[in-house]
Design a protein around this ligand. Sequence first.
Ligand code: HEM
Length: 212
Amino acid sequence: MRYPWWRLLLFCSVAGVPCYWLYLAAAAALGPDPGKVLVDNLGQGALVLLLASLAMTPLRILTGWSGWIAFRRQIGLWAFGYAALHLAAYLYFLLGLEFSEFAAELVERPYIALGAIALAGLSTLAMTSTRWSMRKLGKRWKKLHRIVYPTLLVVLLHMLWVVRSDAGQWSLYATVAAVLLASRVPSVERRLVRTSAVWRGEQAANKGRNNG
Ligand code: HEM
């Protein structure tokens, strides 16, 4: 297993955050509507992790360190984990486990349907993230995993519908998403690869000169 300590540290930090939020909720430190705060925090957490997982490939290109890719799968799976907890918190705190109300909720709050589509996308990605799926799907695996991009756009729409006029935080996420999506456009990616190779080459040459 490569980078086991980093992985363990990442696991403990990402798993610890929802536990801390739950502790705050139990200690009545999340305000008058802790259920809503938990739903919102878990939703934003899922979005941040999704963006972080998408940042791993551009980071590898920019830094030349392949270790970033070791985290990509783990962070992506956590994005799905947070989204599943977000749904569970919604069903428990906001819907009060009244599943018969769900259809009425879909009519009243259509953004929930967008959330469900995004969760279906993340579930597909999580279920096919195993080595077995990679082997079985071959070249189709890469194609299938491109659904992460439309999934991200659906999540952003879902959030925008919720926050509507108060879109400051949303704009920040949307800007990061736009930069990450742009970095994967083939012509941009080729230019990034070339620029970072030149930059790293210059750095290595400078280091050599300084040491020599
Ligand atoms: C069946 C799936 C889903 C349901 C039922 C659902 C439900 C909700 C609800 C009810 C809210 C608004 C809560 C409030 O009143 O403040 C919300 C907000 C949000 N959801 Fe979802 N959601 C789903 C999937 C997702 C997924 C997959 C993501 C991200 C990967 C996500 C990210 C967010 C974000 C970022 C917000 C805004 C939080 C904020 O206002 O701070 N949701 N969701």
